[in-house]
Design a protein around this ligand. Structure first.
Ligand SMILES: *[C@@H]1O[C@H](CO)[C@@H](O)[C@H](O)[C@H]1NC(C)=O
Ligand SMILES: *[C@@H]1O[C@H](CO)[C@@H](O)[C@H](O)[C@H]1NC(C)=O
Ligand SMILES: *[C@@H]1O[C@H](CO)[C@@H](O)[C@H](O)[C@H]1NC(C)=O
Length: 399
């Protein structure tokens, strides 16, 4: 259906519950605007017109295309959270995956699988439709496809209940209602200041080794419902429950982890308490899922879809990260050396910023399981200057 709307000369949206006498805001309030499948009805077409119950034009707006109506686009932006500009010039691809999942997170569909299926066109994904598989499985297939093809790990950023297929995936799309945890954007002048501070305190050898280790990590992937997650791991050394009579459904824990500042975690799960004096057999980790973008490599994961003339179906499949041997072709010169050094230092600064962490508990077989949290877990390393190649970097298998 996405492709049909895309190629339509005109898409007509008939708002059966918007009366001719209605005020601005009626489109936002209409039942149409609560449904899952209707997202693509306004994203895909180039030309769209909204009609009221008596077939007159919404707001009596006679523009030949309501995508050119500032008032209507603003109303849609305000009610859907989709930026008006993105809404007018939408392109289906896997970019901004987390944000797109959020768009669908408060919408409804009659059939439970449809909330995931309604996003296939928006992500430009071709997957079979298997009614009867249930919403969890439909969502799992969608998310696995996004992660496999784009290497983007932001779909792991959610709160709520884990899926029965994998603890790193949510059971329900509503887990994406909270906005993406955007912590790492650092103003350029602060970045520069931190870089010049670090330049003299951390050795070129250790930053270069760290960069290579991270660069060498493979892309996240799913196989047999297991997630292979490239990440930086911080072992938890102490976990204590807070006595808080106000919290009946959740437990709050004081957590200490090697290399991280102390933090709080809230979860519905009752976790084993432990400390250096009362150790536990089970290993708990806080991990920072590894995001390649922090390396400032050439952006090969997101091919440029700039050519307007191409039709949806002609667009290339996103390049998989697994065949990404593309590197910045660094010229062998002093300039290149200092560029590399700068990039490495910038990486260290980013690693020093707060990040959204996953709490993992080791299972008997050595694999890990994510402990679902009720709030985003925000962690921060203790000391930026101590970030080096001794950090625990690798790929964990998560059930
Ligand atoms: C839309 O819904 C809100 C909240 O229910 C209400 O306050 C507002 O008056 C409605 N606007 C229109 C035009 O129906
Ligand atoms: C930061 O440093 C870069 C190069 O080192 C420079 O081009 C840029 O203008 C600086 N930005 C600010 C805001 O200081
Ligand atoms: C990169 O990864 C490969 C395979 O995982 C490993 O054999 C190699 O030693 C790694 N190289 C570095 C520099 O870490």
């Amino acid at each position: 259906m996405f492709v049909w709307y895309r190629h339509s000369a005109l898409t007509i949206v008939y708002l059966v519950d918007v009366l001719p006498s209605s005020e601005p805001g009626a489109l936002a309030n209409s039942t149409w605007n609560t449904r899952g499948w209707t997202v693509q009805e306004f994203l895909a077409p180039n030309t769209v017109l909204f009609h009221r119950a008596d077939w007159t034009l919404y707001l009596d707006d006679r523009s030949p295309n309501h995508k050119m109506s500032v008032a209507i686009m603003q109303e849609l932006e305000d009610s859907t959270g989709i930026d008006a500009q993105a809404l007018i010039a939408f392109r289906p691809d896997m970019r901004g995956a987390r944000e797109k999942l959020q768009w669908a997170s408060s919408r409804v569909t009659t059939l439970q699988e449809d909330i995931a299926y309604s996003l296939f066109g928006i992500f430009h994904i071709h997957l079979p439709v298997i009614y009867g598989e249930k919403r969890q499985n439909a969502l799992r297939r969608l998310l696995q496809e996004i992660i496999a093809h784009s290497g983007d790990i932001t779909p792991l950023d959610w709160i709520g209940k884990s899926s029965e297929f994998n603890s790193c995936l949510p059971a329900d799309i509503t887990s994406y209602k909270t906005p993406l945890c955007m912590l790492s954007s650092l103003p350029e002048d602060e970045m520069n200041m931190s870089v010049s501070m670090l330049r003299n305190t951390v050795s070129a050898e250790s930053t270069s080794k760290l960069y290579t280790l991270l660069d060498n990590l493979s892309a996240p992937r799913f196989a047999h419902s297991r997630l292979q997650l490239p990440c930086i791991a911080f072992p938890i050394t102490e976990l204590r429950r807070r006595r808080d009579p106000n919290l009946e459904t959740c437990f709050t824990y004081d957590v200490k982890a090697d290399g991280l500042q102390d933090l709080l975690i809230t979860s519905e799960d009752k976790l084993i308490q432990f400390s250096p004096t009362r150790p536990t057999q089970q290993t708990f980790l806080l991990v920072r899922p590894w995001n390649r973008h922090d390396l400032e490599l050439p952006d090969f994961a997101e091919p440029d879809f700039a050519d307007d003339a191409q039709s949806v179906d002609d667009w290339p499949e996103p390049v998989s990260l697994t065949d990404g041997s593309i590197r910045g072709s660094l010229v062998d010169s002093n300039l290149a050396d200092s560029e590399a050094r700068l990039r490495e230092l910038r990486l260290v600064v980013r690693l020093g910023q707060p990040f959204g962490a996953l709490l993992l508990a080791q299972q008997r077989g050595g694999e890990y399981k994510r402990v679902a949290s009720d709030h985003l877990i925000i962690a921060k390393v203790k000391d930026m200057a101590s970030i080096d190649d001794t950090m625990d970097i690798g790929t964990l298998e998560i059930l």
